[in-house]
Structure formats: structure tokens, C-alpha cells
Write a protein that binds this ligand. Structure first.
Ligand SMILES: Cc1cc2nc3c(=O)[nH]c(=O)nc-3n(C[C@H](O)[C@H](O)[C@H](O)COP(=O)(O)OP(=O)(O)OC[C@H]3O[C@@H](n4cnc5c(N)ncnc54)[C@H](O)[C@@H]3O)c2cc1C
Length: 475
């Protein structure tokens, strides 16, 4: 393989002599990994490979390495550690902070790790870290089984799992991490470890909520749950303060078989909502019920009674069909998140006004009522704390480009302040680019200290720092 490094052509396998460190690094990678090493010289491929969801359009990594197996992952980890180069680990590329790419650093792209083995008898699945939620859920669905990831098919299973995983089955079956049985992880020292509740339990604890801080996860074993009967779909309602407050109150009272997401946004030009509503705020309710359709009808009746729906697409359907499968166009956006306890009509009115009047091509506010199985485990059972919170918010404002980012950021920060109910806690998977909420806010204080200690044990040099970073404990 001949690789065209920064300004010169280097033959694979030539190490060091006469080359600057960048060229040596690229040459070393090209000679040690079996997957593609994409550099700026491969202009067409590089132009696509360097970007992720939410990334700055000008971001230029040194190289993107597409790992084909665990040996490739080890080679990249060793190369990044040896050279001091910043390493971005990419699964599905959906980090709201664009952590799946990095200016001037190495990107380790895991999307080639796509093995999936489903055992319906033991109700477990072994999955490669490069799979998306959609890949996994579609395949498991053939057996009437699933693991609950998020609401969107394109999100990577490892990224969402490592942060916790709040999805459409969460009130019934818990967070994604509650279904994680074991993980194969390449740690900063280049070792491959299989960890679970018995083998390196501290690392396994930290992986379940600590994000990408502890190592590169290459495969995971999950529990599979019964989704042989599911009912759901979008219920589009008028965005009025009483309807929004009523939706959230009904979601809190609902049986745990029903999980909901309330999304306020200017209505996109979807064919199932009358054109007169396009562009104005509407409430997209996403509802998923696990269980017999008659019980689903009962649980959902309270939501249908809130107002005459603008669209009602709720029906019995395979769980996989209830995920969002639309390709989301890549664009720059700003995200914020917090936990909150209640939304009364006054706050609902403020949220609707912000969605109506905000900047950028579009913007949204999601409010997800938690509870049910999410709050069954003890707060310190995993590195995801805050299991007792009632609701999590996700605010996002699109920008047309870098020049309008400031306006989008101001909108998101102002709305976050309006939603502030005195709780600084945040959900790490919804944290966007740096803002008023820091990574430490995503963990209860004791969890943060324990995470820092585990980080010090497994990544004392903070190799895995291009993320919502947990600095290793010192001293
Ligand atoms: C459209 C959209 C919908 C979403 N819906 C939900 C939802 O319903 N519920 C929810 O909880 N979250 C949701 N999220 C947030 C999502 O869970 C996080 O952004 C998650 O980190 C994305 O994972 P990824 O692999 O797709 O992203 P990437 O950008 O590829 O990875 C994000 C970060 O995760 C870490 N990471 C990823 N893979 C690995 C690995 N194998 N080993 C080690 N570290 C790794 C790295 O630190 C990386 O920087 C959503 C995000 C988007 C953009």
C-alpha cells in the first residue's frame, strides 16, 4: 500500500528515518492496520470521512483509520499513545459535541466492527461496536426481541451505551446499560480485556455511564428483552401550553409499559400533517407501549384526549419500525440538556415561544419523562447517576454555518436557564459542545470521584480525552 502523507509519498513499512513524526505515524499505521487509512491525499474519501453529525465543516483530522478488527484497534491505540496524538473514537458519529472527529488528530472509525450473533434461547446478543441501533434492532426483531437503545436508528450502539442510553423501552426495561452483560475493551495500555460484573468489575461499572473515557469498546454482550407486542408511533398534537403540560403529566402517570418523548419543533413538511401547520411549532409525541394492543390503547387514551391530534400514526407495529430511520442531514448544531422535575403551563408557554421565535433553520426541545425501570437499580449500581430524576431535556438549535453558531448558542443557553429548576445535573449523552454545564455535572459527586479513580487505574495518561472528559485522579 502506498500512502500519500502530508506533502510526501511514503511507502508502507518505512519507519521513522528522515520523516517527521506525522509522516512516521501515518506510515506506521499503514503498515500495521488491515483497514483503510484515509489521509487528506485521498481527497474525495477524506472529504466525507473527516465529518460527523454536528462537526465543524472545516475540521481536518490527520487521518481516519477504519478498523477491521481488534488488532487494528490495538494498533491505533498504541500509535496514538506512542505519538501523543489526540485520538477521536467514532462509532455511529452522532455525538452532539462532534467527538467522533478531531482537528489535527487521529480518528479511529469502528463502523467496520459489525459482527452480530443473536441467541434467542439465552436471550443474549454479542454485537460489534460498529453497529448502529437500527442494524441491531432490526436483526433482533426477527426473534421478537430487542435491546433498548435510543429513538434513532443511525446512532451507534457503543456511543449510546457508554453514556447510559435513554430510549423508547427505558421505562419498561431500563437504560441500555442495564442490559449490558459484558464488554470487550482495548484499554490505553493496548490490552484487550473482557469485563463484566465479575471480571474487572470497577472497569465494568465505569463503562456503564462513563462515556468513552475508559478505553475503546470493540464488542458487547447484551440481554435481549421481549418486544413481540409493541404499539407506537407519532402522535402530533397542537403545541399549546395546556397540551404540553398535560402530555408530560400523563407520561408521568402512565404505566411503565409506556415510554414517551415529547418533541416541540416547527413542523417539518411531512405529508401526514396538514400543510397549514408546516413551519409552526407542533408537539410530536413519540409513544411506545410494550404489551398487548388492548392495554396499549388504554395507556395511550389519555394522550389522545389532550386535543384533536394533527396526526395519529399510532398502531401495533414491530419495535424496529418505531425507531426514527430518516437520514438526518449533517449540519452544525448546538445542544444543551438538564434534568427537571415539572413543567407547568407557564414554563410550557415559554418553551413553545422559544421554539417559535428561535434562530436558525430549525430547533427543537425534547422532554423525556423517566421513571419506571430506569429508577429500579440503586444510584451507585452503575456510573449513570440521577436515576431518580423525573424528566430529561434535550435542546438543539441548528445553525446555517459557523457564523450563526453564536446566535444558536445564545438561544440554547437562554432556554436552558429557563428550564433550570436548581438541579445542575445533566445527561452525558445529550451534552453538546462546551457550555454552562460541565462533564462533572453529568455525575453525582461520589460517582465522579470513583470514575476519576478508575480512569487513573486504566488511563493514567488520559489518552482517551477527546470526549466529555473525566480527568484521572491524582495523588
Ligand atoms: C439524532 C440523535 C438522536 C439521539 N437519540 C438518543 C436517544 O434516544 N437516547 C440517548 O440516550 N442518546 C441519544 N442520542 C445521543 C447519543 O447517544 C450520543 O451522542 C452517543 O454518544 C452517540 O454515539 P455514536 O457512536 O453514534 O457517536 P460517535 O460520535 O461515534 O461517538 C460518540 C462518543 O462516544 C464514544 N464512543 C463511541 N463508540 C465508542 C467505542 N466503541 N468505544 C469507546 N468509546 C466510544 C467516544 O467518546 C465518542 O466520541 C442521540 C443523538 C443524535 C444525534
Amino acid at each position: 500500500m502506498i500512502l500519500h502523507g502530508a506533502g510526501v509519498t511514503v511507502g508502507a513499512g518505512c519507519h521513522g528515518v528522515g520523516m517527521d513524526s506525522t509522516e512516521a505515524l501515518i506510515a506506521r499505521l499503514a503498515s500495521t492496520v488491515s483497514g483503510a487509512v484515509i489521509t487528506p491525499e485521498q481527497a474525495e474519501e477524506y472529504a466525507v470521512a473527516r465529518l460527523t453529525e454536528a462537526s465543524h465543516p472545516d475540521v481536518r483530522p490527520l487521518a481516519i483509520v477504519r478498523a477491521r478488527d481488534v488488532a487494528d484497534v490495538r494498533a491505533v491505540v498504541d500509535a496514538a499513545r506512542g505519538s501523543g496524538t489526540v485520538l477521536a473514537v467514532r462509532g455511529g458519529g452522532h455525538s452532539a459535541a462532534a467527538h467522533g472527529t478531531v482537528e489535527g488528530g487521529l480518528v479511529l472509525d469502528l463502523s467496520g466492527l459489525r459482527g452480530l450473533s443473536i441467541d434467542p434461547d439465552s436471550r443474549t446478543a454479542r454485537a460489534g461496536a460498529g453497529l448502529t441501533a437500527g442494524d441491531y434492532v432490526r436483526a433482533a426483531g426477527e426473534h421478537g426481541l430487542a435491546t433498548g437503545f435510543g429513538d434513532t436508528a443511525a446512532v451507534g450502539i457503543a456511543g449510546i451505551t457508554l453514556g447510559g442510553g435513554v430510549g423508547l423501552l427505558s421505562r419498561r426495561y431500563g437504560l441500555t446499560i442495564d442490559a449490558l452483560l459484558s464488554a470487550e475493551v482495548v484499554t490505553a495500555d493496548g490490552r484487550v480485556r473482557e469485563v463484566d460484573a465479575d471480571r474487572e468489575p470497577d472497569l465494568f461499572w465505569a463503562l456503564r455511564g462513563g462515556g468513552g473515557n475508559l478505553g475503546v469498546v470493540t464488542a458487547m454482550t447484551f440481554r435481549l428483552d421481549d418486544v413481540s407486542q409493541t404499539t407506537g408511533g407519532p402522535l402530533v398534537l397542537p403545541a399549546t401550553p395546556d397540551v404540553l403540560a398535560g402530555f408530560l403529566a400523563a407520561a408521568g402517570r402512565a404505566p411503565r409499559e409506556l415510554t414517551t418523548i415529547a418533541t416541540l419543533m416547527p413542523c417539518p413538511p411531512v405529508p401526514f400533517v396538514a400543510t397549514e401547520h408546516h413551519g409552526s411549532p407542533v408537539l410530536f409525541g413519540t409513544l411506545v407501549h410494550v404489551g398487548p394492543p388492548e392495554e396499549a390503547e388504554q395507556a395511550i387514551a389519555a394522550f389522545r384526549a389532550l386535543a384533536t391530534p394533527l396526526a395519529d400514526l399510532i398502531r401495533p407495529a414491530p419495535y424496529a419500525d418505531l425507531l426514527g430511520w430518516e437520514e438526518i442531514p449533517r449540519m452544525t448544531f448546538v445542544s444543551r440538556t438538564n434534568f427537571l422535575e415539572r413543567v407547568d403551563e407557564q414554563l410550557a408557554a415559554d418553551v413553545i415561544r422559544a421554539v417559535a421565535d428561535g434562530p436558525g433553520p430549525t430547533r427543537l426541545v425534547q422532554l423525556r419523562v423517566l421513571g419506571g425501570a430506569i429508577s429500579d437499580p440503586a444510584e451507585d449500581a452503575t456510573a449513570f447517576g440521577f436515576r431518580d430524576r423525573s424528566m430529561v431535556s434535550y435542546l438543539s438549535c441548528m445553525a446555517t454555518g459557523p457564523d450563526t453558531l453564536a446566535e444558536a448558542t445564545q438561544w440554547a443557553d437562554d432556554l436552558l436557564a429557563a428550564l433550570d429548576q436548581g438541579d445542575r445535573a445533566a445527561y452525558v449523552n445529550f451534552l453538546g459542545s462546551p457550555g454552562p454545564v460541565a462533564p462533572a455535572d453529568a455525575y453525582p459527586p461520589a460517582t465522579w470521584e470513583r470514575l476519576r479513580a478508575v480512569k487513573a487505574a486504566y488511563d493514567p495518561g488520559n489518552l482517551f480525552r477527546h470526549n466529555h472528559n473525566i480527568p484521572p485522579a491524582t495523588g
